[in-house]
Ligand binder design. Structure first.
Ligand code: ADP
Ligand code: MG
Length: 222
């Protein structure tokens, strides 16, 4: 349906080298809905997020995100779409080591002309760093931050464009209990404020009650 934030229909995806195959008969996430994805290592959780973000393209079936059939866009259009409208916290963060924490948060604005780096964007980036406990570390190079700090920068970068769909791949994996709670509060709070849908991959079963629903990626094959 066009009004869904995320909609997978009879999707099949493999990497081409190896025998892994992800099948998703149906997956629907409403606007503003918050769901958690669980499943053992190697079951396809990261692949699922990459399909929703348009980083990976299905061999069969359709993926619609924010009502746009991204599986039908060419590479450049898909990349533009992802940077502008989807916030993705990568499992491996994907920060640029030589850039400061602040410049990493502002990276989406350097990747596409469709976004304008104005005072409001800078203020949002500063405020996100503040809210994640990194207020004093904006000018520090990413390679001089701890793992947990890098993870929080990755979360800020996903949020700075005020995405309609927020995808987070084990965003609390490297954090202590206090910071775990803070990051989850931030993700849920920002998704709420923006009316964004939120899909979070997690191994923390104690976080599951904070989501409206949770599912195992292996249940989706139909
Ligand atoms: P999870 O996030 O649940 O641990 P992934 O989605 O990362 O699982 O991976 C699912 C399967 O796809 C695994 O068997 C993994 O080895 C394989 N895989 C992941 N990325 C690639 C890639 N770029 N090329 C080939 N195989 C991959
Ligand atoms: Mg993964």
């Amino acid at each position: 349906m066009a009004d869904r934030a995320i909609h997978f229909d009879n999707v099949r995806f493999g990497y081409g080298d190896g025998d892994f195959m992800l099948r998703i008969a149906k997956l629907e996430l409403g606007r503003g809905e918050r769901a958690a994805v669980i499943g053992p290592s190697g079951s396809g959780k990261t692949t699922l997020l990459h399909l929703a973000a348009g980083i990976a393209v299905p061999e069969e079936g359709a993926v619609r995100t924010c009502g746009v059939e991204i599986s039908g866009l060419d590479d450049a259009a898909r990349r533009r779409f992802r940077i502008r409208r989807v916030g993705l916290v990568f499992q491996e963060f994907e920060l640029l080591d030589h850039l400061s924490a602040l410049d990493n948060v502002l990276l989406p604005y350097r990747l596409t002309r469709a976004l304008r780096l104005d005072d409001a964007a800078r203020a949002r980036a500063e405020s996100l760093l503040q809210r994640t406990g990194l207020g004093g570390k904006g000018s520090r190079r990413a390679d001089r931050l701890s793992q947990g700090e890098r993870q929080r920068v990755a979360v800020c970068r996903a949020l700075v464009v005020e995405p309609e769909v927020l995808l987070a791949d084990e965003p609390t994996g490297n954090l202590d209990t206090d910071n775990k709670g803070r990051i989850l509060d931030l993700l849920l709070g920002c998704a709420d404020e923006a009316g964004a849908a939120l899909l979070v991959v997690t191994h923390d079963r104690d976080l599951l009650p904070r989501f409206e629903r949770s599912f195992d990626v292996r249940e989706l094959s139909g």
